[in-house]
Design a binder for this molecule. Structure first.
Ligand code: ZN
Length: 324
């Protein structure tokens, strides 16, 4: 190796050291013009889609709950917390996801200048489907409206849905339209120069959501009042919006007891339900057991897919086949 080359390498290394010092505050993409720098953090994947539909390449989106992880129990890694300290905005789902409640103070300490927006603003949170299979006695019917059955209180172990409210607001496109408006307002506050671009993108996406809503209404036409059975009750807002009833196997985030299972099986038989929907990647033995007992099947649907529109249309078709 000759001397010139060594000088070159040495200069290069010094350059790297200097650069890493200088761009410490910038994002990790290495791009550092002022708008491409904007890091926006979200909790779940569908929100990443909402942000990107509005802001395009002007932002870099960090999703805290990785694909395939459970948003009710996931804990961010130290590396993620570090990445979050670069975020200019955090778009919380805001509806009581444990991960957010645990994390948001920590991030705010690390990154006091970060704007925090609450995507649940303007959305009426509903009670968790609290179909209390454990409390039922044989032969009882399950006609209570959800909401009436929530105050028996005994040892409520809610690792998650702290207030008894359903956090899965994004499963209804009507709610997503509100979430998109909130995200849009946050992005405009962050980056007012691009307001007109964001407005145009936002309106285009709202039109897509309207089309999706019409599409799903067509898929589910004549199905009003029907029931579908899910393992984890992520689809309550979807059910409400389309006039369906969600019957959940899980209670307060827990597997049902043996007696609870029997009540679920009885209810499925009573209603003629033949499909147990489970969250993609989270199939459980009890879902399969119930399916076996009722001579039905387990079908996966994903409440956390990033391609929100295509996915929800697919989910609606799957539900349509599994309605009873
Ligand atoms: Zn959930």
């Amino acid at each position: 190796m000759n001397r010139n080359m060594m000088v070159l390498i040495f200069t290069f290394i010094i350059g790297i050291i200097l650069m890493s010092g200088c761009v410490d505050e910038a994002d990790t993409s290495g791009v550092s013009s002022d708008t491409t720098d904007m890091v926006v953090a979200v909790s779940v994947l569908p929100q990443a889609e909402f942000v990107e539909k509005i802001a395009g390449d002007n932002v870099e989106v960090i999703v805290v709950v990785p694909p395939g992880a459970d948003p009710h129990s996931y804990e961010p890694t130290p590396g993620q917390l570090k990445d979050l300290s670069d975020a200019k905005m955090y778009a919380m789902v805001g509806s009581g996801l444990t991960i957010e409640d645990m994390m948001i103070d920590k991030i705010a300490d690390l990154n006091p200048d970060m704007m925090v927006i609450d995507c649940s603003e303007g959305i009426a949170l509903k009670e968790m489907e609290a179909h209390d299979h454990e409390e039922e006695t044989d032969g009882d019917h399950h006609e209570e409206e959800s909401g009436d059955v929530h105050d028996d209180g005994a040892e409520e172990h809610d690792h998650d849905h702290e207030n008894g409210l359903d956090p899965h607001i994004w499963t209804s496109p009507a709610n997503v339209k509100i979430m998109v408006e909130t995200i849009y307002e946050g992005l405009v506050e962050l980056d007012p120069e691009n307001e007109s671009v964001y407005l145009e993108n936002k309106d285009a996406y709202l039109a897509e959501l309207d089309a999706l809503d019409e599409d799903i209404k067509a898929t589910l036409s004549d199905k009003e009042g029907s029931s579908f059975m899910v393992y984890h009750p992520a689809w309550g807002y979807f059910a409400d919006h389309y006039g369906l009833t969600e019957v959940a196997v899980e209670i307060e985030g827990k597997e049902p007891s043996v007696k609870g299972m029997q009540n679920v099986i009885d209810e499925a038989n009573e209603k003629g339900i033949k499909v147990i929907f489970v969250q993609s990647g989270f199939s459980t033995v009890s879902a399969q057991t119930i399916a076996n007992e009722i001579g039905g099947e387990v079908v996966e649907v994903d409440p956390l897919a990033k391609d929100y529109i295509d996915n929800l249309a697919k989910v609606a078709e799957a539900f349509e086949k599994g309605l009873a």
